[in-house]
Unconditional design. Structure first.
Length: 158
């Protein structure tokens, strides 16, 4: 239904990144050809052209605010129960928006500075995914992480 010149125009528009709705409008304005959106889609398909997705530069996402919980104060009598490795430098933060499919998620920074993502799924299972594959936190950090996580979940109402 289009002549060769009109087909070339449509090809050029597609190459320039023109959206399909704009091609529909330009065909009506410049060539007097009125098409429905679906007809325009079929025309582009018949011409074996692929519209380009517009390049949209998204503004950098602000970091998600996190709620951090400091290490719990350990009474002097209990401090001997924690191995010296732990050092009381574990921090736990909850994400404002949980990871997809999870009830709640966040990050944990262990005493050696290594960071891991933690999550709690709908069945109540806890998962920890370290940034460094094969990483295992110092043993003294594990009970501290558990205590901080309990505090964090209580603040969030879990």
């Amino acid at each position: 239904m289009l002549n060769e010149e009109q087909k070339q125009k449509v090809s050029d528009w597609i190459a320039d990144g023109t959206k399909l709705s704009d091609i529909q409008s330009r065909l009506a304005d410049e060539c007097g050809i009125r098409l429905t959106y679906m007809e325009a889609r079929l025309l582009v398909d018949d011409l074996k052209l692929t519209p380009k997705d517009p390049v949209v530069e998204a503004p950098p996402a602000p970091p998600a605010p996190a709620v951090a919980v400091a290490a719990p104060e350990v009474p002097p009598a209990e401090s001997a129960a924690l191995p010296a490795e732990g050092g009381g430098k574990v921090t736990v933060a909850a994400d404002t928006i949980a990871m997809p499919g999870m009830v709640v998620s966040g990050t944990v920074t262990f005493s050696d500075g290594k960071v891991a993502k933690w999550y709690l799924d709908q069945t109540g299972r806890l998962g920890v995914v370290p940034q460094e594959q094969g990483y295992r936190p110092p043993e003294g950090d594990v009970p501290e992480f558990q205590a901080l996580l309990d505090q964090q979940l209580a603040k969030l109402g879990y």
